[in-house]
Design a protein around this ligand. Structure first.
Ligand SMILES: Cc1cc2nc3c(=O)[nH]c(=O)nc-3n(C[C@H](O)[C@H](O)[C@H](O)COP(=O)(O)OP(=O)(O)OC[C@H]3O[C@@H](n4cnc5c(N)ncnc54)[C@H](O)[C@@H]3O)c2cc1C
Length: 127
């Protein structure tokens, strides 16, 4: 992959990671640690006044764990990615975030998401 750096000089990357959340950050760390040239694109998020709840009854609308959307499955008939996060029919395109989890795991999900990204990195690195 090729990108245009701040200097205007073309840069080559082994991987481009969109989002530096629980999944993306682990994937970026693992690939960079292995010597890969990694580009992380993070858009960030603005939190204007009023973004956070101030009363207990409003907490319920802010604390949630959305998962799924691109579920892991045994075939494209049932999901979007395989057991290693690679999108069916798109070799080299991986999803490493909570969207690959087919459903709730019970406890808070962030460590499971991080563990999945770690597993997917093993596959990419051939470990
Ligand atoms: C209020 C709240 C409290 C929570 N508390 C806990 C808890 O205590 N324990 C726990 O385990 N889980 C908790 N969770 C859930 C946990 O935060 C998520 O499950 C986890 O962050 C999901 O990881 P992810 O990698 O799928 O996505 P995220 O961590 O959300 O990362 C996605 C990243 O992608 C970036 N991004 C999105 N679109 C683009 C784009 N177009 N270009 C570039 N970057 C982009 C976002 O800015 C973000 O940084 C909480 C969630 C919320 C909302």
């Amino acid at each position: 992959m090729v990108g245009q750096g701040r200097t205007g000089v073309s840069e080559h990357f082994d991987a481009v990671i969109v989002g530096s959340g629980f999944g993306g950050s682990v994937m970026a760390y693992r690939l960079a640690e292995a010597g890969k040239h990694v580009c992380v694109l993070e858009r960030g998020k603005a939190y204007p006044p009023g973004s956070f709840p101030r009363t207990p009854d409003k907490m319920g609308k802010n604390f949630f764990h959305p998962l799924g959307g691109c579920p892991m499955a045994s075939s494209p008939q049932y999901g979007v990615v395989d057991a290693f996060g690679e999108v069916f029919g798109h070799p080299g395109l991986y999803i490493a975030d909570g969207s690959v989890m087919p459903g709730p795991v019970g406890p808070n999900p962030s460590l499971t998401i991080a563990a999945l990204a770690d597993r997917f990195a093993d596959r990419i690195l051939g470990a």
